[in-house]
Design a protein around this ligand. Structure first.
Ligand code: ADP
Ligand code: MG
Length: 358
């Protein structure tokens, strides 16, 4: 008997450059795919079983018919959720997950896993779908099988990323476009070493708060408010005002950042990153003492233009924009000083902006 053909798919992690929690508020965001990701390799099975192995998480075997989220091996739900979204057929497959993308660090290993799965299954079934539809079915899988109401940024960035380009995404119009990133700049990713515990609960709480603020402001989404308008609405409950201010100003920072990128103005872009972090810290309260420390250490290092938390927050990683020639020194000083202050051996990587999923 012939062995079934083996197929492989890869999807990278991503950084959020600016536009924090804006995607589910119909807003705008700038991200970039990075040079680390997850690969899925495998083949069809004739026995109706889905067998998934992860080099870091273990193995599961479930019947392909009537897929349901697993309660114990929750990591497999990203794969099963995508299989459930894609397959009407209930066919079995074997899949092995491997890669160099850390999980739970805010680099969106979840979206990378979903997209690698989607591309893998589409190849297995010799089907094609428009890219935005693929991104959306992965998002639905995360909503339905994992229970995290994530926006679409992660999947769009991992899928549409281009080497040395930032990805602009408008969550309302669904416009996606890439913008050249200044070549003389490097991105340094620093893990705080604190897992994003309770992150999904806090994430969903921020979704509710920003929704409530939009309702009180009488708009469809916070996308429809300017900071001038918001400043005239101090009658809002104080907490909701601060949540709204974060989203409204993040959108404005993204629009300004596009002009700065087009002008090659790294210093200006870095200043917006600093302002974004300050807003996370004070208004959105999705930073942590560890993320704050990483950012403040980074901001004092030579060659650094700006730093902020990246992704959902509540733990995870920071991103630092640095002149390329100073990046090695800045990365090692950042790791050393963070260790001195916290005793946490943070993983600090210099990352290149890479191509999206294949
Ligand atoms: P992030 O997306 O920032 O990495 P999430 O909590 O959204 O953090 O997703 C991390 C989860 O994705 C892990 O807890 C695990 O369930 C799953 N995951 C990530 N990488 C792998 C992997 N290599 N193998 C299996 N599951 C993985
Ligand atoms: Mg995630």
């Amino acid at each position: 008997m012939n062995e079934p053909p083996v197929v492989t798919a890869y999807a990278p992690g991503r950084v959020e450059l600016l536009g924090n929690h804006t995607d589910y508020n119909d807003g705008v965001v700038l991200g970039a795919a990075i040079d680390r990701g997850l690969t899925i390799c495998g083949s069809n099975r004739a026995d109706g079983i889905i067998a998934i192995t992860s080099s870091t998480m273990g193995s599961v075997r479930v019947p392909a018919s009537n897929l349901q989220p697993l309660v114990e091996e929750r990591w497999a739900n990203y794969v099963l959720g995508v299989a459930a979204e894609l397959s009407s057929s209930g066919k079995g497959f074997s899949a092995e997950i491997s890669g160099d993308l850390p999980a739970g660090s805010g680099l969106s290993s979840s979206a990378a896993l979903e997209l690698a799965t989607a591309l893998f299954l589409l190849k297995l079934e010799q089907r094609e779908l428009p890219p935005l539809e693929i991104a959306k079915l992965c998002q639905r899988a995360e909503h339905r099988f994992v229970g995290v109401q994530s926006g679409l940024l992660d999947q769009v960035t991992s899928l549409f990323g281009k080497a040395d380009q930032a990805v602009f995404f408008d969550a309302r119009t669904e416009e996606v476009r890439t913008i050249p990133f200044p070549e003389d700049l490097a991105l340094i990713i620093a893990e705080s070493g604190k897992k994003r515990e309770l992150a999904s609960g806090a994430y969903n709480a921020r979704r509710k708060e920003t929704r409530a603020a939009a309702e009180l402001l009488g708009v469809a989404a916070l996308r429809d408010v300017t900071s001038d308008e918001l400043n005239k609405r101090r009658d809002l409950p104080e907490l909701l005002w601060r949540r709204a201010a974060h989203i409204v100003e993040e959108n404005e920072r993204v629009w300004r950042a596009i002009d700065l990128l087009e002008a090659g103005d790294g210093a200006g872009f870095g200043a917006l990153m600093n302002a974004s972090h300050e807003s996370s810290r004070k208004n959105f309260e999705n930073s942590t003492p560890e993320l704050d420390l990483l950012v403040s250490i980074a901001q004092q290092l030579p060659g650094v233009l700006g730093a902020r938390l990246t992704g959902g927050g509540f733990g995870g990683a920071t991103i630092t924009l640095c002149e390329r020639g100073s990046a090695e020194a800045a990365a090692s000083k950042l790791a050393a000083r963070y260790f001195e202050r916290t005793g946490i051996a943070s993983r600090v990587l210099i990352s290149h902006i890479a191509d999206g999923a294949q």
